[in-house]
Ligand binder design. Structure first.
Ligand SMILES: O=[N+]([O-])c1ccc(O[C@@H]2O[C@@H](CO)[C@H](O)[C@H]2O)cc1
Length: 501
C-alpha cells in the first residue's frame, strides 16, 4: 500500500484557528432565506417565523459567522425596504436573480435569527448601485445606540439596542460584469476607500473587507486586488476571495485536487497584498476573507436569464455526493493551512442554495454529504494550526499537474491538550497508509478516527434517505511509541483525534 508520512510538532505553528473560518452565507437568492431559514407557515417555525429544525442543524453544523444579504443580490438592494412594519414593506424586483423579493425578511429579522443561531453577523453593503451615504445610513441604523434619526427609527421598529455589527463587506464582486453597478478597479477602489474612511470615523473598531476578484480566472485577477488595495490599504482589514469548484466535467482527479488550486489562489492574494503593503511602506498585514467558497455544479446552472420573476425559486439546489464532501473537507484543510493570513471564510451558502442544509417547504430539513466534514472541522479544529509537511505519493492531474495524494493539516488545542489530524486521500483506487510522527507528545492516544468514504463515491443524501452518507468510526488507528498509523480509504476525508493528557 502506498504510504504518506508527516510529523506533528507543537514548535511548528502556523497560527491560531480563527473561529471566523467556519462561516457561512445567507443570501436573498432562491430558497436560501424563504423556506430555508425563514418559513412562518412551517409546523416547526418559532414565533419569529424561523424554522427551528434548520436552526438546530445550523447549531450542529457549528457555523460561527454568517454573511448577509448577498452576494449579487446586495448590489441593487435597498436595506430600508426590509425594515419596519412587515405589511408596509415593498415587493421589489431582484435584478440579480430575476426573482421577486417580498422583503418579509430583512435586517432585524436576520439579526434576531443570528442571535438565536449563536452566530456573528457579517453584513454586506450595496456599493454597486448605491454609495457612501447609504452605507453610512445603514451603519447608523444598525450600530448607533439612539438619539439620531436613523437609530431612533430602529428603536421605533422595536429594536432598542444597537446590533453592534463589527464585520462589513464593502460590496460584492464589483469586478464582475454580471454585478449591478459593476466597476473598474480604480472606480471601486476610490469608492471603497472613501466609504471605509467614513465608516472608521464612525467607529475605528469596525473590520472592513474590500472586494477582491470574483474568481481566480478573470483576466483582472491580482491586478484588481493590487489597484483596489492601493486605494484602500490604510482603511481596510481584509480583502475577499471567492472560488467555486465545479465537478461537472468528470475529470475527477483534477476535481479532487481543487484544494491545491485554492492554495495557489491564497498564495497569489497574499503576495499581491504584501506587495502593495511594501510599496506603501505600511507594516500592517491585510488579512484574507474567503467569503464565498464551495463546490458548485456551475455548468448545470442555466444562468440568470433562465429565471422568470418568481418569489424564492428553486435555484442551484445542487445535490452533493461523497466525492464533493471529500473536496469540501480538503478545502477546509487548505483554509486551516493558511490560518496565519485567512481570518474569515464563508461556505456559500447555508440552506438550499449550494448548501449543506436542505429543506422542503412545509417538510423536512436534512444534512447533505458536505455538511459532515464542515461540522466535524468546525467542532474539533481548535487552538493552533501546526505545520505538517507530508511526504506523499503524487497523483497526476490534467488541470493542476502533480498533486500529493495526501492533503492534511493538524491542530493542537493547548487548553484541552487535544491534537486533531484532518487528512484526505485523493487517490481514487488505492487506500493510503498514513504514518504520523508524534514524538513531542508522549502518551498521546487515539480517541476517535472518523472517516467519510463510501464504496459508491456518487452516493448522496436525500429527504427519503437523509443519513445514507455520514462519517463512520474506524478501528485500528493507533499510536505506538510516538508513531501513529492509520489507513485512509480511496477518496476519503478523515478526522483523527488524540488526547495527550
Ligand atoms: O463564475 N461565475 O460565473 C460566477 C458568477 C456569479 C457568481 O456569483 C457569486 O456567487 C453567488 C452564489 O453564491 C453569489 O451571489 C455571488 O457573489 C459567482 C461566479
Amino acid at each position: 500500500m502506498p504510504t504518506a508520512r508527516l510529523t506533528v510538532d507543537p514548535g511548528f505553528r502556523i497560527g491560531a484557528v480563527d473561529r471566523r473560518l467556519f462561516g457561512s452565507f445567507v443570501e436573498h437568492m432562491g430558497r436560501s432565506v424563504y423556506t430555508g431559514v425563514f418559513e412562518p407557515d412551517h409546523p416547526a417555525a418559532d414565533e419569529d417565523g424561523f424554522r427551528t429544525d434548520v436552526l438546530d442543524l445550523v447549531r450542529e453544523l457549528g457555523v460561527t459567522l454568517v454573511r448577509y444579504p448577498g452576494g449579487n443580490f446586495v448590489s441593487n438592494y435597498r436595506w430600508e425596504d426590509g425594515v419596519g412594519p412587515a405589511d408596509r414593506r415593498p415587493t421589489r424586483l431582484d435584478l440579480a436573480w430575476r426573482s421577486v423579493e417580498s422583503n418579509a425578511f430583512g435586517l432585524n429579522e436576520f439579526m434576531a435569527w443570528a442571535a438565536k443561531a449563536g452566530i456573528e453577523p457579517m453584513m454586506a453593503l450595496n456599493l454597486g448601485t448605491r454609495g457612501t451615504s447609504e452605507a453610512l445610513d445603514l451603519l447608523e441604523y444598525t450600530n448607533h445606540p439612539g438619539g439620531t434619526a436613523l437609530s431612533d427609527l430602529r428603536r421605533s421598529h422595536g429594536v432598542a439596542d444597537p446590533h453592534g455589527v463589527r464585520l462589513w463587506c464593502l460590496g460584492n464582486e464589483l469586478d464582475g460584469p454580471w454585478q449591478m453597478g459593476h466597476k473598474t478597479a480604480a472606480e471601486y477602489g476610490r469608492l471603497a476607500a472613501e466609504t471605509a474612511r467614513a465608516m472608521k470615523r464612525f467607529d475605528p473598531g469596525l473590520e472592513l473587507v474590500a472586494c477582491g476578484s470574483s474568481n481566480a480566472y478573470v483576466d483582472t485577477f491580482a491586478s484588481w486586488e493590487a489597484t483596489v488595495l492601493e486605494h484602500t490599504y490604510p482603511f481596510v482589514d481584509y480583502v475577499s476571495l471567492h472560488a467555486y469548484y465545479d465537478p461537472t466535467d468528470r475529470d475527477t482527479d483534477s476535481f479532487l485536487a481543487s484544494a491545491a488550486e485554492m492554495d495557489r489562489m491564497i498564495d497569489a492574494v497574499v503576495s499581491t497584498a504584501d506587495h502593495v503593503g511594501a510599496r506603501l511602506r505600511d507594516r500592517k498585514k491585510i488579512k484574507l476573507s474567503f467569503d464565498e467558497w464551495n463546490v458548485w455544479y456551475q455548468s448545470r446552472f442555466g444562468g440568470e436569464d433562465s429565471l422568470d420573476w418568481q418569489p424564492a425559486p428553486r435555484l442551484i439546489e445542487d445535490v452533493y455526493d461523497v466525492t464533493d464532501a471529500v473536496v469540501v473537507g480538503s478545502l477546509l484543510i487548505t483554509l486551516l493551512r493558511h490560518a496565519d493570513r485567512v481570518g474569515a471564510a464563508c461556505q456559500a451558502q447555508l440552506a438550499n442554495v449550494i448548501a449543506p442544509i436542505m429543506t422542503e417547504p412545509g417538510g423536512p430539513a436534512w444534512r447533505q454529504t458536505v455538511f459532515h466534514p464542515f461540522a466535524q472541522t468546525a467542532r474539533h479544529a481548535r487552538g493552533t494550526v501546526l505545520r505538517v509537511e507530508p511526504d506523499s505519493p503524487v497523483i497526476e492531474t490534467e488541470r493542476y499537474g502533480e498533486v500529493p495524494a495526501l492533503w492534511a493539516t493538524a491542530t493542537h488545542d493547548e487548553e484541552s491538550g487535544e491534537i486533531v489530524l484532518f487528512a484526505v486521500n485523493r487517490d481514487r483506487t488505492s487506500p493510503l497508509a498514513l504514518t504520523a510522527g508524534l514524538r513531542p507528545f508522549p502518551g498521546a492516544r487515539v480517541v476517535e478516527h472518523l472517516v467519510l468514504a463510501d464504496d459508491d463515491p456518487g452516493a448522496v443524501n436525500t429527504a427519503d434517505r437523509p443519513d445514507r452518507v455520514r462519517p463512520r468510526p474506524v478501528d485500528g488507528t493507533k499510536n505506538d511509541d510516538g508513531t501513529l498509523t492509520a489507513q485512509l480509504p480511496p477518496v476519503s476525508w478523515s478526522m483523527i483525534r488524540l488526547a495527550t493528557r
